[in-house]
Write a protein that binds this ligand. Sequence first.
Ligand SMILES: Cc1cc2nc3c(=O)[nH]c(=O)nc-3n(C[C@H](O)[C@H](O)[C@H](O)COP(=O)(O)OP(=O)(O)OC[C@H]3O[C@@H](n4cnc5c(N)ncnc54)[C@H](O)[C@@H]3O)c2cc1C
Length: 319
Amino acid sequence: MTVFENFPLSDIIYYGIGGKARFVLRVQNKKDLLEALEFIRTKKIKKVLTVGFGSNLLVSDSFFNGAVLWFCRAEFPQIKFLENGLVKVFAGENLDDVIQFSFQHNLIGLEWAGGLPGTIGGGIRGNVGAFGGEIKNSIEKVEVFDIITNEIKVLDNKDLKFSYRNSYVKENKNLIVVNAFFKLSKANEKELAQAKKIYFSHIDYRKKNHPLDYPSCGSVFKNITDKENVERILNVWPDIKEQTEDKWHGKVAMGYVINRLGFSGKTYGGAQVAEKHANYILNKNNATFNDVETLIQEIKDKFNKTFGFYPEVEVEIIS
Ligand SMILES: Cc1cc2nc3c(=O)[nH]c(=O)nc-3n(C[C@H](O)[C@H](O)[C@H](O)COP(=O)(O)OP(=O)(O)OC[C@H]3O[C@@H](n4cnc5c(N)ncnc54)[C@H](O)[C@@H]3O)c2cc1C
């Protein structure tokens, strides 16, 4: 484990936003994690934040008077093919490295995640997903550390209670993902080639359709999936009924809504609602936490005024 003191979180959070933290503890394997937890106990640190790639986090510019457990990939990736056919991965590994590993071993199942930034720990917590795929479909079990009981536990797929961008780990803040065990499918040459094609097509799609030139946190808001809320939107905008059913498979896409509410290109300080995809707020020019939060709040208020309820934020805000 490596200890950094007074370390700027903007250096490790994907958004490039965040104040200094009293301690950042870099964790690259299970041994590091146990050492870091011992450090936290010894120093009697009360505030602890777990961070992976930081690609789903908006962190305050104020001083974080606590310890950040920074899960990182090691120099030699902690991804192992086990005899029982499962792939064991340390939580700090990048999702994309697991995809590369799986392709090298003729395994498929994660190709939907082409171009998606993040670690395995962050991905499991938020049941990361894209293009109809979700990480929950490839997880056999997960090893977690419970910071209340100081125990390592193993949770199987059912225990993890995955749902849309949610999981048991997210609902229980005392749990830290340590290792994940992936169940992937063996592929023949043709199936492998097809999976690689899908993987690269998703990377291309993101390059074409997502604003990747500036730092962001991906989608700021969750799409509207709840039937009752979908109906409330359709009552106000009946003209999108067809595309809700056909194009968005019963959901309402927040990028579309934010654009139609007039926010595309709107700037506050250094932050801007992306023109290419309005559910992204970009760190265009040294944006502060407040710049991004102000835009989020304005969108929420106008949305509520229009439809009578607030949209759910997907990015995690640490204020
Ligand atoms: C350009 C871009 C595109 C994106 N596209 C998508 C997309 O298509 N689909 C999608 O679902 N998301 C998307 N995201 C969001 C993000 O990539 C995912 O949420 C990702 O899984 C977050 O992983 P992370 O390692 O960055 O987690 P972080 O942002 O570091 O953390 C997220 C949460 O997980 C917790 N956490 C991190 N590690 C652990 C651990 N080991 N144990 C327990 N909790 C932990 C953190 O405390 C925090 O609460 C996108 C983001 C960006 C910037």
